[in-house]
Write a protein that binds this ligand. Sequence first.
Ligand code: PGA
Length: 251
Amino acid sequence: MKKIMAANWKMFKTHAQGIETATALVDILRNKLPEDREVLVIPPFTLLHGVHNVLQGEPGFFLGAENFYPADQGAFTGEICPEQLRDLGCTYALAGHSERRHIMGEDDAFVGLKVRFGLKQGLRMILCIGEKIAERKAGNVENVLFRQLQKGLEGIDPGVDPETLVVAYEPVWAIGTGEVAGLEEILAVHALVRNKLVQMFPDSGKSIPILYGGSVKPDNCTSIISLDNVDGVLVGGASLAAESFSQIVLA
Ligand code: PGA
């Protein structure tokens, strides 16, 4: 399985800054990207077209979207649909990122709807899951993650193509805080997630990539990425500069 090294730019960067970063990233990594790694750049909507132009034709580079609205088209002012994303060269899209769950109020049912709709529309979907610190302290990690997986993947064909589905474990308390989860914690949670995926998808569950996200940096990536069942990383802050993100990609 290839490791997916994903950059989530969130609501950062003007057009010029985004093009500059994407160009620098491609320049640093061209001919250096190991066979078993792929790079996924997930910029804000305003940068999709420009970044697509930079990544197009570069082997191993993919474009993803941070969000979409689960409908074909229509009167949804301010929203973007999967077809529009694919038209701009997107292969992947996120659903259930903790900032959308906890700032925008998206619930499990809506996240599940997005995953189902995105897959139907030909996007590879990255379902993000993760517990809050209070949930961890209360011993509820497994309950929370299993609920997010169950609802987020409800209605997905048990024979789903594992190339089209990714799960990202991002403990909410580790996102943007500099507080990375311990290796033991990551190992334990990824094993739980793997077991649950195999239970839900008997044929493909073992091949669905599970990414870790939450304060991944160049100096902690090597040990995280070498853990069992860690099939890549989803990086926020440290993905904004081409130098640090390329170090992570090559870690
Ligand atoms: P971070 O963000 O790397 O800044 O913690 C990760 C994410 O939100 O995907």
